[in-house]
Design a protein around this ligand. Structure first.
Ligand code: ATP
Ligand code: MG
Length: 354
């Protein structure tokens, strides 16, 4: 037993292993960690019969942080009763009590031309969507008959308080530009009215130095693509967060470039919290799996988020993020960004930058 941070590595399916290998190489270049590699998803089903084997879950529960590739094969199972690979991620989120999902979107100057939005509109975008992950419509009571169906949306004060603190902690760590935009539908929904009241309350009592604004979700959706630079920290509930974070993904130009972090329990969830899950936003991309051309950027930036939020190594995280920018500036591009660089070539270039 050593006292190096323990990282469970779950490569998963499709391009998962290819991009995860790159991220592990980067982590190994900037620190000393004990890696424990385990199966998850479709590969775990073929090996053990379960998408999230007990040994895999136990390893994640004991680790300081978990790095995930992607799960799923992109084809519906021949047997509809067979275990679904995607179940593994939902089970993992629940078992690790991950309630805060962070999706930073930063535009790299070198990638402005691949964004569908005009460069002058996105230049300098640096925002993070903070999405509540364990409440709301996804977890409410539901019922369905052939004639009628309902889903209920429930939020408790305590659930709103703890996710608000994550957003405010992030904003107060960012310095003078710190602003939280809380997104809701308070003109229609009672859960949103409670949301707005509680977020305002936490701001007034605990973070008076942070600027807070409230936006309706329809307005937020529009402004995110027309002027993303006005946003800093976007705080929102589960379903709005699901939709808005995919919308913001467009700004970055490629799904392959985006990282995410899912974090468990307070008190200070942003510094060295044990048990977080870090994964690229993209899926298993079966269409390019095995070609060696996947962008490892999302996975490598997820490793950087792990260093910052999971292991309390912010300075090292900055080094990795700057190296990604520099490699892009030198012209290395995987095919999703219009280039011909392979996964391995990109990683090699990054390692020599480090
Ligand atoms: P899932 O259902 O698992 O979330 P998805 O339907 O969102 O999957 P992805 O697997 O993420 O789809 O792929 C969407 C598209 O983006 C595909 O064309 C894929 O090739 C491309 N893509 C995803 N990740 C990358 C990457 N890292 N590098 C290059 N292209 C990628
Ligand atoms: Mg998807």
């Amino acid at each position: 037993m050593t006292d190096h941070p323990r990282i469970t590595v779950l490569p998963g399916d499709g391009i998962g292993p290819e991009v995860t290998e790159a991220a592990v190489e980067v982590l190994s270049a900037v620190g000393t960690f004990d890696f424990d590699e385990r199966p998850i998803g479709a590969c775990a089903v073929s090996e053990t019969g379960a998408p999230l084997p007990e040994a895999t879950l136990n390893s994640c529960l004991e680790a300081d942080a978990t790095l995930l590739g992607a799960v799923g094969t992109g084809v519906p199972p021949a047997d509809p009763h067979a275990p679904r690979p995607e179940q593994a991620v939902l089970e993992l989120r629940t078992s690790l009590s991950l309630y805060a999902n962070l999706r930073p979107v930063r535009t790299f100057p070198a990638l402005h031309s691949t964004s569908p939005l005009r460069p002058e509109r996105i230049e300098g975008t640096d925002l993070t969507v903070v999405r509540e992950l364990t409440g709301g419509l996804y977890f409410g009571q539901r019922e369905r008959t052939s004639q009628q169906a309902f889903d209920t949306c429930v939020y408790t004060r305590q659930e709103i308080e703890r996710i608000s603190r994550v957003a405010f902690e992030l904003a107060s760590g960012k310095g003078s530009r710190a602003r939280v935009t809380s997104v809701d539908k308070a003109n229609v929904l009672d859960t949103s009215r409670l949301w707005r009241e509680v977020v305002q309350d936490i701001a007034d009592r605990e973070y008076p130095e942070v600027e807070l604004e409230h936006l309706l979700v329809d307005t937020a959706a529009m402004r995110l693509v027309t002027d993303p630079r006005q946003f800093d920290i976007v705080l929102t509930e589960n379903m709005f967060g699901d939709i808005l974070s995919d919308e913001t993904a467009v700004i970055a130009g490629s799904l392959g470039s985006l990282p995410s972090a899912s974090l468990p329990a307070p008190p200070n969830p942003l510094v060295g919290v044990r048990g977080g899950l870090f994964e690229p936003v993209h899926g298993s991309a079966p269409d390019i799996s095995g070609t060696g051309s996947a962008s490892p950027i999302g996975s490598i930036l997820s490793a950087a988020l792990m260093l910052r939020h999971g292991l309390g190594l912010s300075t090292v995280a900055n080094v990795v993020e700057i190296a990604v920018r520099d490699v892009l500036d030198k012209g290395f591009r995987t095919p999703d960004l219009g280039g011909t660089t392979t996964t391995k070539e990109f990683t090699r270039a990054l390692l020599s930058e480090l």
